[in-house]
Design a protein around this ligand. Structure first.
Ligand code: AP5
Ligand code: MG
Length: 210
């Protein structure tokens, strides 16, 4: 299955991508994670993307489209994949179409803005594997330590309140129009992402089968 996860910052895309990847045994591809890893390694891509990401703006389309083009050529994508955070503009969606990628379903995770802000201000991520936790809503077994790999949990640079507000406004302006784009193609499913992680995961799997 080829799935796109749509949704505002903090809607739970990364958390659900981790759930679905286990359930369907297909890779989850997060452009955000790929760019953060490039930033950490100090690569050319990281240098180009740094200021956009830290300010909560979108990295230019041509950079992100190239990342996805390369990633989808890899062997593990043969039986499908979950795209978390791509496409994020109409131009990115059109680029995906012109690569000949046939998407089965676009699942849009809907969460109210006040809950999004609580989720993002309390989020902590693993500095090594990128897994997401929350200080009160999705706590790790040992405080400050990643359940998956034992790495240290840190706050993302773009999870400061002012940057969160910028990301939300960028989402409304540039990414939300994708709902209409995929609805017209008959591919959009809407799932409310306010339940706990397990229930939301089940709702998403059900929406993919419809
Ligand atoms: P990206 O990393 O994709 O960030 P985002 O879209 O802002 O989304 P987040 O990762 O913040 O939220 P999420 O929906 O994954 O939520 P999570 O599961 O962590 O992109 C970052 C930046 O990279 C962009 O701003 C841009 O600069 C650049 N970029 C990336 N892709 C790009 C593209 N295609 N084009 C251009 N630029 C691009 O959950 C949030 C919190 O809530 C966590 O603490 C989690 O534990 C908790 N939580 C989640 N679900 C639940 C639940 N059901 N119950 C309780 N707690 C929950
Ligand atoms: Mg994420």
């Amino acid at each position: 299955m080829k799935i796109i996860l749509l949704g505002a910052p903090g809607a739970g895309k990364g958390t659900q991508a981790a759930y679905i990847t286990k359930a369907l045994n297909i890779p989850a591809i997060s452009t955000g994670d790929i760019i953060r890893n490039a930033l950490k390694s100090g690569s050319e891509l990281g240098k180009k993307a740094k200021s956009y990401m830290n300010e909560g703006k979108l990295v230019p389309d041509e950079i992100v489209i190239d990342i996805i083009k390369e990633r989808l050529k890899e062997d593990d994508c043969k039986n499908g994949f979950i795209l978390d955070g791509f496409p994020r503009t109409i131009a990115q969606a059109e680029a995906l179409d012109s690569m000949g990628v046939e998407i089965d379903k676009v699942v849009d995770l809907e969460v109210d803005e006040d809950l999004i802000i609580r989720r993002l201000t309390g989020r902590r991520v693993c500095k090594d594997c990128g897994s997401s936790f929350h200080m009160s809503m999705n706590t790790p077994k040992n405080e400050g330590i990643c359940d998956n790999c034992g790495g240290t949990l840190i706050q993302r640079k773009d999870d400061q309140l002012s940057t969160i507000m910028e990301r939300l406004s960028v989402y409304k302006e540039q990414t939300e129009p994708l709902k209409g784009y995929y609805e017209q193609k008959g591919k959009l499913a809407i799932v409310y992402g306010t339940n706990d992680i397990e229930q939301t995961g089940k709702d998403m799997l059900a929406a993919m089968k419809d």
